[in-house]
Design a protein around this ligand. Structure first.
Ligand SMILES: [Zn+2]
Length: 245
C-alpha cells in the first residue's frame, strides 16, 4: 500500500515535471530559475527586493556616463535602463519588466545568478573565499556580481565576442603581490582588468562609458597600456589618453 502510494506520487511528480517543461518549451513564459524568479510585472513606481534584483541585471544599461542605483525603487532611471536592455535584445522596449523581459534575463543568467559569459571564478583568481579585501567577503562577491552584469552588457554591445577578465577581486595580499595601488578597487570586488580580445583596448574603453563603470583606466594612463581597468567607485574617474578619454 505504502509502496503503491509512493509510485503514484512519483508518477504524478513526473507528470507535473513534464507538463512544466512542456509549457516552458512552447509558450515561453517567465520560467522558474535556480537563481531567481520574478513573480510579478514591475514598472515605474514598483518597490521591493524584486526591483533590486532587476536593477542588478540591467545595471549595465544606465546610459552614457550613468550609474544605476540599486535602491529597490523603480524610478525613471530604472525604467530607462530596462528600456535600453529591451532595445539591446530586440524586445518590446516599453520600460516595463514583464514576462518577455524576464525570459531574456533567465536565458542570460546561470543558476548562480552570474551572467552567461562571466563567472565568480573568473572574477576572483585570488582566493575562493572573497575574504581579505577592503570590504566583507559577502560585499566583495556581491560587487563582483554587479560588475559581471555590466560586463555582460559591454560584451553584448561589442558584438558578443569574448571579453576576458584577467584580474578581478584581490585580497590585500593578492593586491600587493601584483603591485596594485593600496586603495585599488580590486580590494572591493567591483574592478575588472580586461584583455584586448579581438576588439582592442580603446574600443573596449570607449564602449565601457555606456555600461555603468564610473572608473575606466586604459592606454595612456600609467600602467594601463596592456589592459583596460573598469570599476565602480563612488565618483567618476576615466582616463585613457591614447584613446581620447
Ligand atoms: Zn585594475
Amino acid at each position: 500500500m505504502v509502496r503503491s502510494i509512493r509510485h503514484l506520487v512519483a508518477a504524478l511528480a513526473l507528470v507535473i515535471a513534464t507538463t512544466t517543461l512542456g509549457v516552458v518549451a512552447t509558450a515561453g513564459p517567465a520560467s522558474a530559475d535556480a537563481c531567481y524568479t520574478w513573480s510579478r510585472t514591475l514598472s515605474q513606481g514598483s518597490t521591493g527586493d524584486d526591483v533590486r534584483q532587476l536593477q542588478i541585471r540591467v545595471s549595465g544599461y544606465p546610459g552614457s556616463g550613468g550609474v544605476l542605483a540599486l535602491d529597490s525603487s523603480y524610478g525613471p532611471a530604472t525604467k530607462a535602463a530596462v528600456t535600453r536592455f529591451q532595445q539591446a535584445y530586440g524586445l518590446t522596449a516599453d520600460g516595463v519588466a514583464n514576462a518577455q523581459t524576464y525570459s531574456k534575463i533567465y536565458a542570460l543568467q546561470d543558476d548562480d545568478c552570474t551572467p552567461a559569459n562571466f563567472s565568480y571564478a573568473e572574477l576572483n583568481r585570488c582566493n575562493s573565499t572573497w575574504s581579505g579585501g577592503a570590504v566583507s567577503a559577502a560585499t566583495a562577491r556581491a560587487n563582483a556580481l554587479v560588475t559581471m552584469w555590466k560586463l555582460q552588457a559591454l560584451r553584448h554591445a561589442l558584438g558578443d565576442r569574448p571579453l576576458t577578465v584577467n584580474s578581478g577581486f584581490r585580497s590585500t595580499s593578492c593586491n600587493s603581490a601584483v603591485g596594485g595601488a593600496s586603495n585599488s578597487r580590486h580590494l572591493y570586488g567591483d574592478a575588472a582588468d580586461l584583455g584586448a580580445g579581438s576588439q582592442g583596448f580603446c574600443t573596449i574603453a570607449k564602449q565601457a562609458r555606456n555600461h555603468g563603470f564610473a572608473m575606466i583606466l586604459g592606454p595612456g594612463y600609467p600602467g594601463h597600456d596592456d589592459h583596460v581597468h573598469v570599476a565602480a567607485p563612488a565618483s567618476r574617474f576615466w582616463s585613457a589618453p591614447t584613446c581620447g578619454i
